[in-house]
Design a protein around this ligand. Structure first.
Ligand SMILES: [Zn+2]
Length: 257
């Protein structure tokens, strides 16, 4: 395998520049979707499903530096797209709108923010969350005006493991109708907890969406089901080195790039 040396400067790694050997074909063509949630300092938001604004900035700068396109999730599976990423933010936390949006706007990149229609302007009351504040309709409209896609993340953040096909369709449709009523234009859907069943792909299509996202640790492949596209979950401790490991090295080691 041919190898080259990638030198990471302090701006990406937060320390002195150092070198890392990376197999030469690991950073070529690929499409990947990154899954974030909250954006804030650890002292305010904790580490769980959170990323610091400075870390988000470094992640994006890394891809821009490497020449990757940054597309809304609705475009990542389009024909002809072969070297791009999408930045997705689940649940539409207030912290994302307040701390993440300035980063995206400064770097002039789009992102997709997935809202839970019945909880907009309230709190995250579902399993795994601690009542964190969620963005208001005004904040979501402002974000859309600034070039972000506001996506569908169901009406109530229900796990699709617990719903039959009719229940899944109802969750997606109810959310869609409310988002449209509020002046938003959702084009993609993403699954709460990444959960899905054998019926989910058909349910997403039936509800009028052509792309949907789950959470799996791999890149997008052309043969993927467009309604169950994978995303890499990002964690608080993911420096640019951690990001590289998740996107370029681990998939090679595990053999499912
Ligand atoms: Zn969620």
């Amino acid at each position: 395998m041919s190898r080259f040396t990638v030198v990471f400067f302090g701006r990406f790694c937060g320390g002195e520049g150092h070198a890392l050997d990376v197999p030469g074909d690991m950073m070529g063509l690929m499409r990947a979707v990154l899954c974030y949630h909250k954006v804030g300092l650890e002292s305010v938001e904790g580490r769980w499903i959170n990323v610091a604004p400075a870390t988000l900035e470094k992640h994006i700068e890394f891809f821009l530096w490497r020449g990757y396109g940054v597309l809304p999730a609705a475009r990542i599976f389009d024909q002809g797209v072969d070297r791009a990423i999408s930045l997705t933010f689940d649940d539409a936390f207030t912290s994302m709108l307040e701390n993440g949006m300035p980063v995206l706007e400064r770097l002039k990149v789009p992102a997709t923010i997935y809202a839970v229609s019945e909880r907009v302007g309230l709190t995250a009351d579902w399993e795994g969350c601690g009542g964190e504040s969620l963005a208001t309709w005004d904040q979501l409209r402002e974000a859309q005006k600034a070039g972000m896609e506001i996506g569908n993340h169901t009406a109530t953040h229900a796990s699709f493991h617990k719903l039959d096909m009719a229940g899944q369709i109802a969750e997606i449709r109810k959310c869609h109708e409310r988002l449209v009523e509020e002046g938003l234009n959702p084009e993609t859907f993403c699954l709460p907890y990444g959960h899905y069943t054998l019926e989910t792909s058909a349910a997403i299509l039936d509800a009028g969406y052509r792309t949907g996202f789950t959470v799996e640790k791999r890149h997008i492949r052309s043969i993927d089901d467009a309604c169950l596209l994978p995303r890499f979950a990002m964690s608080y401790g993911d420096s640019v080195m951690g990001l590289m490991y998740k996107l370029f090295i681990r998939p090679k080691i595990s053999g499912h790039r």
